[in-house]
Design a protein around this ligand. Sequence first.
Ligand SMILES: C[S@@+](CC[C@H](N)C(=O)[O-])C[C@H]1O[C@@H](n2cnc3c(N)ncnc32)[C@H](O)[C@@H]1O
Length: 399
Amino acid sequence: MTTENLAERLTLYGTAPDTEIAALVKETGLERVVAALVDEVLFRCDDPVNTTPVDIALEVGHGEETHRTVLRMSRGEPIRVIGGDDPSVVIRRHLQFALTDLVRRLYGPLHAQHSGDFTDVFLPDRPDDLSRLRDILDSTHQAGGTLLSGCTAQAPGLGALSVRYGSDKWASFHWYTQHYENHFAKYRDRPVRILEIGIGGYADDLGGPSLKMWKRYFHRGMVFGLDLFDKSALDQSRLRALTGDQGDPTALRELAAEHGPFDIVIDDGSHENEHVRVSFDALFPYVRPGGLYVIEDLQTSYWPRFGGTSGPVTAPDTSVGLLKRLLDDIHYAEFDPKPDEPRTITQSEVIGVHTYHNIAFVEKGVNGETSIPAWMDDEAWKALGAITPEEGREEAQSR
Ligand SMILES: C[S@@+](CC[C@H](N)C(=O)[O-])C[C@H]1O[C@@H](n2cnc3c(N)ncnc32)[C@H](O)[C@@H]1O
């Protein structure tokens, strides 16, 4: 099993019984499982704030075995895994977890209670220099807090994550995260697969802020990004950066067949109106029923340089034009007369279109509700006591 496959498999063990977790360890080896968990913890950790360096050991026990990883934390520096105990570091702390408890913390339900599921060895040795005791205690506290911030499925809100990773989805060019929060909350506990078109950074910069934000938010998710430029240097556990052109429907279908189906697809790529339509047509079939297709930056529907319409009423070939057509498609059951052609995929499978300023969420499902039966004519309505609007007005005036 590759490291990437192990990381993906672990996301499925958040509610597994001890026996299944033990079987995974037997198959893979404790060291590899712990390495994957530490990798995940380090990704989730807040930045260290302790001013005096702290070596904090994460000890993960399973049966008779314990695996120990020593982490060096110091404000302004990335957390480092160090080879072992370093006598020059005065502050030590050990957090000891049972492997099963750590797996449940990372991949279990978001609101599960975890307390008393680890042992904390706080500063095992009396510091020599008591004049620095306040700072030593503060730094020990802070480093423990940093490590525990990584040992949980709970995450800050998407606004804060957007700022933390440097995405423009909130508090700069856009105000999208409030809408994402509303629409994505129900998927958070699930092992979702998510594809975002547009990784960021264009040709010069590696980008990837929103992919990291999704990885942190969806603690059991597999996150895929697609960009015109090669950003595979971003690859890490639960995150893959694919290269391709969203204007090429064949390439899109191929990648979706290999990595999909997806629970969520987000289009934050070129924002060319034609690309938005091509991508939607190619990828909507690969969204799972119950999933979402999100289109960002609808403003380009009004910008001719992106293929948008000049003026207040958008043409059908724009992104907003696509959404207006989907609103009609949802009402297929009401069409009178019905078209001769077979029902399209969007007429059968779009069940909701939620549009906000510059962003839309298209819901996929079974658009199977029928209309009111055709035999419900005026006579039938009268039998139920209904009156026509004209009769209603006359009745109201006569009172
Ligand atoms: C707005 S940025 C994405 C920002 C990122 N999603 C975030 O929220 O941080 C747009 C990205 O789309 C990529 N892009 C532009 N045209 C594309 C195309 N035809 N196919 C795929 N990606 C494209 C650009 O290289 C750029 O990195």
